[in-house]
Design a binder for this molecule. Structure first.
Ligand code: PMV
Length: 323
């Protein structure tokens, strides 16, 4: 039996601006998805997922991964999925599944761990399950862990590799978190509302078309992301929190926040270094960088959100057991 685990992610800075060619920064979080994979010894004609015959409609990522990676057509597999990552909340749950299944099947097959290959396959699985579109942000962060910067050009020494999908190209960079960053947690506040990423991206485009001056907000987010990268490398928690606060204001101007997110951000700021929405907005989650995570989490709960206290910059995909 093989056990593999992959982390979720949150976007620290740069969402929406990334759609207009600017960098965005994500970190892995210690909410993980775990897969257990074993070879079926019975003469089943189907792979089994959580005790049921596989069905593409329910498990597109796993189905496609089996097609792509698992060549031994007569050996059926028993796959169990368990996850701490809430789904449809912008925390990378489907990316963690794509990464874990790619890593698991690849390891069962040739036992070599090649993270760039895993992240490439996982990105393809995500894109195919989402009708052809997906940025490699979630899958590369879940694969490598730590802190990942996605940009449309190579930025300095932290460049890992380029990723292309159809006519789109991204440059993936990986950053080490300064020791000091371990002195804070990310507290996630989930509104319980599932915003649609595609719809929010469309709304921003319409808003920019009608109000061209809003491009200043996109450019400001770009500058803040660069400051955030410096803060992370220098271990300056206060600076990172301040940059997150400012980033949220620009996302509000772009119309992607909502009453529920703003309320959680406001209460979280009282006990944290900075707070902002994370991901597409219109619902989903906010994050707070906090050195008082229990208090911040309590205040988020009192304001009606569901809270999760997370370590961030944790290890990427890993094989936990090979029997
Ligand atoms: O909610 P998420 O984690 O899927 O993030 C969306 C981020 C956007 O910048 C709004 C869209 C994108 O494709 O990068």
């Amino acid at each position: 039996m093989l056990k593999v685990s992959a982390p979720g992610k949150c976007i620290l800075l740069g969402e929406h601006a990334v759609v207009y060619g600017h960098p965005a920064l994500a970190v892995s979080i210690d909410m993980r998805l775990e897969l257990k994979i074993s070879k079926l010894t019975t003469t089943s004609k189907f792979h089994m997922i959580n005790g049921k015959e596989i069905n593409r409609k329910h498990h597109p990522h796993i189905f496609d991964a089996l097609q792509e990676i698992w060549s031994s057509k007569s050996q059926m597999l028993n796959i169990n999925v368990s996850s701490e990552i809430p789904t449809s909340a912008g925390l990378g749950s489907s990316a963690a599944l794509s990464v874990a299944i790619a890593m698991g099947l690849n390891s069962l097959k040739d036992k070599k761990e090649d993270l760039e290959k895993i992240s490439t396959i996982a990105h393809k699985l995500e894109a195919s399950a989402q009708g052809g579109l997906a940025s490699p942000m979630d899958t590369s962060t879940s694969t490598h862990g730590g802190c990942v910067l996605l940009a449309n050009k190579k930025l300095g020494d932290n460049w890992l590799y380029s990723r292309t999908l159809n006519d789109k190209k991204w440059e993936i960079h990986s950053f080490d978190l300064h020791q000091n960053m371990k002195n804070a947690s990310i507290v996630i506040g989930y509104t319980g509302i599932n915003g649609s990423t595609a719809q929010m991206v469309k709304n921003v485009k319409e808003k920019l078309d009608n109000n061209p001056e809003l491009i200043q907000d996109i450019e400001a987010i770009n500058a803040l992301t660069a400051l955030g990268v410096n803060a992370i490398e220098n271990g300056d928690l206060e600076a990172l929190g301040a940059v997150m606060n400012l980033n949220h204001n620009h996302l509000q101007n772009l119309g992607v926040s909502c009453k529920e997110l703003d309320e959680l951000v406001e209460v979280a700021r009282e006990t944290s270094l900075g707070a902002k929405l994370t991901g597409a907005g219109g619902g989903g989650c906010m994050i707070a960088l906090s050195q008082n995570p229990k208090q911040t989490a309590r205040d988020i709960e009192l304001a009606g959100g569901r809270s999760y206290i997370c370590k961030f910059g944790v290890e990427g995909v890993k094989i936990k057991d090979f029997e």
